[in-house]
Design a protein around this ligand. Sequence first.
Ligand code: AMP
Ligand code: MG
Length: 347
Amino acid sequence: MWKRNSKNIKLLLYIIFLLISIGLIILLLISEPTPDYTERSFDTLGTYVTVKISGDKVASNTLLDIIESELKRVNDKFSANLESSVVYEINKNKIARLDDESMFLIKSALNISEITGKAFDLTIRPLVELWGFHDQYALASVPDTEKIKEYLNYIDYRFVKIDENNNSIEIINENTKIDLGGIAKGYAIDRAINRINEIDKGATGFINAGGDIGIIGPKYGKLPWAIGIRDPKSSNAYDITDIVYLYNGSIVTSGNYERYIIEDNVRYHHILDPKTGFPANNAISTTVIADNTLIADAFSTAIFVLGFDNPALEYFTNFGIQAMVISEDEEKNETSGFDYFRRKGRK
Ligand code: AMP
Ligand code: MG
């Protein structure tokens, strides 16, 4: 009797042990390890950049090094302020040879200039310099109205001629200069994400360059990133007016709070209307969601210029974007598909 009991207890213990083991194995199989995120912030592309990343096969710090150097490489190549840049050379000599990358970026900027009917115009540079918005250390001030009128004559993307057969560019007006500031941040982010995808496809995280955000991969590999859209009226950068959820792709916000001066109680900011020569004043913030950051960046600048009651807003969804525009009195006007991104469960 005792013997049989002890056998039963042994069997029972064995079964319990087996069940616990199976349970543990199942738990292990269904619960993936939660990746740790590593963060780094630095200055480049005229703004403050924050990157959050978790490597899959490659150490996060190595990936951060790659992202930082790629963003800085694009900055150094395309910043109109740096004497060693491609853009500086083009502006100085009015004629130059272009490598494939420069050709791609300038062609993209020309396309956006055309599509948006000059709301975005890559030849905005003379006006940006006149206002003093070209350099974060320059002292901006409201220029003389006559000067603005004169400078408007230099702003037209059609002064820029590219020859794809000869890989060359020519600016046919001696006072015209180009400025890729409204598009280069987005391009740099796309390039950095491409590089990460090439070497570690399973890496996740995002790059945020002063309101230009490109997603490297969903949070923990499966969740959307919750992205707060800054309240343009608040002086606190952490106050938000909206939240959208993105698994991948890009979101870019342009605001009148990024770079500005105040004179006689009027705010003058860095997004200029190529038709008036003054800061665009029919919106205070625009947010654009797209598959890539270059497109989102360029359209956020253009849609800002076109303003709150722009009748072409919905038309731009043909270019793969969704957009939201905020007016001075904080009303929101948005494309039909924008609201989709406010729902957390979307895939
Ligand atoms: P973002 O912060 O992306 O909206 O871009 C603003 C930057 O783009 C400015 O600092 C200028 O260098 C440049 N920019 C300003 N106005 C325009 C415009 N209408 N078209 C193209 N680029 C512009
Ligand atoms: Mg932009």
